[in-house]
Design a protein. Structure first.
Length: 154
């Protein structure tokens, strides 16, 4: 998407004057990188023997975890922000139209990033926040995507 298209695609930010201060503090504390789910996945990867890089800005979508020798990347997505469809992705009741448009943009951006990575020869994996609770299942998914630790399989 060109910068001109991105600018015209942005939504006008609402005033938020009617939102309670506690809710505004909560929402402003949410960060795009180094989230708790991301830390959990990184710790598990490290325990399993994998080594990786973080947040490569030269790749589409700035993947959370990058394995350059394997040409593999991992995104750790929050269910609400990236519209997983599970019980954690319920839309707020206030300003529903604004949230729908905002979150729809996130999904479109995610799809474009995944397509861009595949086009460049990278193999992406998306791990959802709700999938992190079962460490054994997550370890199997990671091992299947990455291959054995220490190898550089493409």
């Amino acid at each position: 998407m060109s910068p001109v298209e991105q600018k015209s695609f942005r939504l006008k930010r609402p005033d938020f004057a009617d939102v309670p201060e506690s809710r505004r503090r909560n929402m402003s504390a949410i960060r795009p990188r180094h989230t708790k789910p991301e830390h959990i996945v990184r710790q598990l990867l490290h325990r399993l023997g994998y080594r990786f890089r973080l947040h490569r800005k030269d790749l589409p979508g700035h993947p959370d975890i990058v394995f350059p020798g394997r040409w593999k990347v991992i995104f750790v997505h929050g269910c609400f922000w990236h519209r997983h469809g599970c019980g954690n992705s319920v839309l707020p009741r206030t300003r529903r139209e604004w949230w729908e448009a905002k979150l729809h943009r996130n999904v479109e951006r995610d799809e474009a990033a995944l397509a861009g990575l595949r086009k460049l020869g990278w193999s992406p994996l998306v791990i959802w926040e709700c999938e992190i609770g079962d460490k054994e299942a997550l370890a199997q998914v990671l091992h299947k995507h990455l291959g054995p630790p220490g190898s550089r399989t493409v």
